[in-house]
Design a protein around this ligand. Structure first.
Ligand SMILES: C[S@@+](CC[C@H](N)C(=O)[O-])C[C@H]1O[C@@H](n2cnc3c(N)ncnc32)[C@H](O)[C@@H]1O
Length: 254
């Protein structure tokens, strides 16, 4: 299990999910709609074909939060086994309490520390990658994902990306040099400490990172007008929010 005292990022999410836990009474909100649409419309058709009719595809879902995207009723008939991971124990506790599908298992793991190799037919980033602000951890996470895939396994990524006209709500500031979005946090002593909350790459840099790791990109689209809300301050998008990027790529080498 990950100790939150070792990881300020995990502590940040722990606080978010503790609030959800305090209000949860069996009615945990459904998974992100955009992610579900991406998986259903763009990812399933790229899944490797099962080698035998009884074959069950192995899936790793990264940053599942309180519910796997594969928990959706419309994905119920898939012959898949899902390992859904999140580094926040409260999120994992909530997942295990409220989601009872036998083919989905929830684990407390940090994607930047996993050591699995050649295990999965598909890895789905469930909006986790842009929540890893530190550059080394971000690259490590992508490398780990690559090595966790079997040959010809696919990686599906829906993530926020930067554009020139981005701006952010009060209490947040973005550093274009480091690509890190910071949140102002007022401590009890009224001194202000900022905490890094997002990493927002631009499309071209992310494409280069994926190619340099060895991925073959088979689908790469930034749909016009699709935005991602980068903060917890609202539930509707603005034109100045980061853009949405959807990528499907394949591990081609052993
Ligand atoms: C934006 S939330 C998405 C949650 C859920 N998938 C959804 O779509 O509603 C990102 C999730 O990634 C998790 N996370 C962030 N960094 C992580 C890491 N390094 N390893 C594993 N999980 C991480 C957070 O705890 C959080 O639950």
């Amino acid at each position: 299990m990950i100790s939150t005292s070792d990881n300020p990022q995990a502590k940040y999410y722990e606080d978010v999910y503790k609030k959800i836990q305090a209000n949860a009474c069996g009615d945990v909100k459904s998974c992100n709609e955009s992610l579900f649409t991406f998986v259903k419309m763009d990812v399933l058709k790229h899944l490797p074909l099962p080698s035998t009719p009884n074959d069950v595809l192995q899936i790793l879902e990264v940053g599942c939060g309180i519910q796997s995207v594969f928990n959706n009723i419309e994905l119920s008939d898939l012959k898949v086994e899902v390992n859904a991971i999140d580094f926040c124990q409260t999120a994992i506790d909530l997942s295990q309490k409220f989601n009872t599908k036998k083919n989905i298992s929830y684990y407390n793991k940090n994607i930047s520390s996993i050591t699995d190799t050649n295990c999965f037919d598909c890895v789905v980033d469930a909006h986790c990658l842009h929540c890893i602000p530190n550059e080394d951890d971000y690259h490590q996470a992508l490398n780990n994902i690559y090595h966790s895939l079997k040959r010809n396994g696919i990686f599906a990524l829906e993530t926020m990306v930067a554009h020139k006209k981005m701006s952010f709500d009060d209490g947040y500031h973005f550093c274009r040099d480091t690509k890190i979005l910071w949140k102002e946090k007022v401590s009890a002593a009224t001194t202000t400490t900022d905490i890094p909350v997002r990493r927002i790459e631009d499309c071209l840099s992310l494409e280069q990172i994926l190619l340099s790791i060895g991925f073959q990109i088979i689908y790469f689209i930034c749909p016009v007008g699709f935005k991602v809300i980068p903060t917890e301050t609202r539930n509707f998008t603005h034109p100045y929010d980061p853009d949405l990027l959807r990528v499907v790529c394949r591990r081609i080498l052993n």
